[in-house]
Design a protein around this ligand. Sequence first.
Ligand SMILES: Nc1ncnc2c1ncn2[C@@H]1O[C@H](COP(=O)(O)OP(=O)(O)OP(=O)(O)O)[C@@H](O)[C@H]1O
Length: 640
Amino acid sequence: MTTARRLLAALRTPLGVLALLACGTLLFLTLFAPAIWGERAAVTDTTQISQPPSDEHLFGTDGSGRDILLRTLAATQLSVSMALMATVAGVLSGVLVGLLPLILGGRAGRWIVAGINIGVAFPGLLLAIAFSVILGQSGTAATLAIAIAMLPNYGRLTHNLAASVWGRDYISAARVLGVPTWQIVLRHVLPNVRDPLLVNAAITAGGALVSFAGLSFLGLGIQVPQYDWGRMLNEGVSRIFVTPAAALVPGIAIILAGLTFVLLGEILGKALTPDTHRSLSSRVLRRLRAQTAENETEPAGVPAPFAEDSVLAVRNLRVCAPHGRDDVRTLVDGVSFDVARGEIVGVVGESGSGKSLTLMSMAGLLDPSLHVSADAARFDGEDLTLRAGGHPASLDHHFGKRMAMVFQDPMSSLNPALHVGSQVAEAGLLHLGMNRREAREAAIERLEAVRIPDAERRYGQYPHEYSGGMRQRAMIAAGLMGKPSLILADEPTTALDVTVQAEILTLLRRINEEDGTAIMFVSHDIAVVTSLCTRVLVMYRGRLVEDISSEDLRAGRAAHAYTRALMDTVPTMTTPRGEPMASIPDEADFSGGGDGCAAGRAAGVEVVRGDADAAMRGDAERLDGDVERTSDPLVQEEKR
Ligand SMILES: Nc1ncnc2c1ncn2[C@@H]1O[C@H](COP(=O)(O)OP(=O)(O)OP(=O)(O)O)[C@@H](O)[C@H]1O
């Protein structure tokens, strides 16, 4: 959802409507109140001194016989504009000072950070009063004093946000390219820290308004004959027992204006922060269900039975994402499979074919903005589906110790701020009822089991002190704390070099053989998949197009055109050197007529399951046009 759409959505809520009304009123009063009521508010009437509320003066009059309400309305302009100016000056100088340490670096940078930290140690209002006294008693001096008081906090916030972005790879890439630091800060850092700074600025403006009123109340800000809410409060307090409204009305105005800025910050926050926990609108859900009914490949309510020995099984798994305002996009479409206990199943397919989404939906780790459903799903004998009104059921589960997940990037899957050992031990503490000492001992044992050398010492190290392969093994060790029945491994070796890759594969195989743990293994490396796995699921454009044994796949007995095209891209010992590798062209379409998939569907079979001969009867020869070039003589021969 774009920022504009999120803003609109936020404004449609009751809080949004309230914020809109409050901001609109404050803006109107700031711009026009002095012009409309300013003259009448300045009229003194000695016959009307300190009058109680009446028809003529809704909240009574002050000590000079002036209308309290009209003066409060007319004072909006000065009160709000001064607070806004202080905020803009404070935020801009704070952002600049917060970014300087990155731009200057070295000793100068460290001195600035130290200065910011000292400034933060002083309470903001105290700083504002001190600077206001130094700079003189005027509205401008008070504005400057508030801006200066704001600076350290904003400097610290900006520095912290910018420092968290500074370590990212795209910044390193820009530095390697020799982009000047100030340009990196402007082009790469600032846009990434802008949103939280803006949200904070809106809320800070409310604080600045209260501070400014405070300074005027103390006689340090606006001076007579000018007046703002603080000045009115100052004048009204001395007569609070005679005309309470003279102090109460400007006091209430300060509170309401402050709350308006808080509401503005709230709405800005909603508009600028992508909401990952957004649920689908009922319109989108209706659309989704209609689409599900249209596309259903198996009659609803009669899913194919699960295999007896399966540890994980799912029927008609669908993952959809909201697309535009009312539409949905199907990302995983009617996928059904079984994983037997102790089996290693590979999942292959081109990038974006839905491999990770399939695994993530089984692990219950899908982004909440996605909608997942299945006709039936079972893990370790437990039903995972929540059926709703005859519609495909949504999956709802949380496994803890029985299922482990290994991700592609071991650096981002381990928390860089915590010791590796304590992250491995966490499962023991959370799920196995161990105390700290037992969890530590078990974690060291698991680290040893995955061949982390000197595990006791390594337990207390941070992820950055581990090599890539060690981090990945530590992730696997964390998953093994609870003796899982299934490991979901999403490209666990992609980020590793071949020797470390081999270590991880050996480790997974050993775990599978020794503990009987089933593994679902996603990879782009078909050679690795066929050597590790007994069976391979082939995915194409969100669908499972073939379920084939590794042996058949290796022997070239793939039934589906896409699987064969994929196999043709794998170099063999006979692949001529020096020639470009075979690839599947972007425009190739295996989902349409004529390929093995279409043949399978025509026969009422969604997935080609291991029956190579049957599927071969499909007109798979059309594949030839889809494979750009294959250099494998065996394949050429087969095609002839
Ligand atoms: N949160 C999301 N919102 C919308 N679309 C998504 C989301 N996550 C994934 N997708 C889309 O779903 C499709 C399948 O994504 P998935 O990550 O499963 O692909 P994949 O087969 O694992 O690819 P790769 O091999 O590159 O990791 C892609 O088109 C992707 O853009």
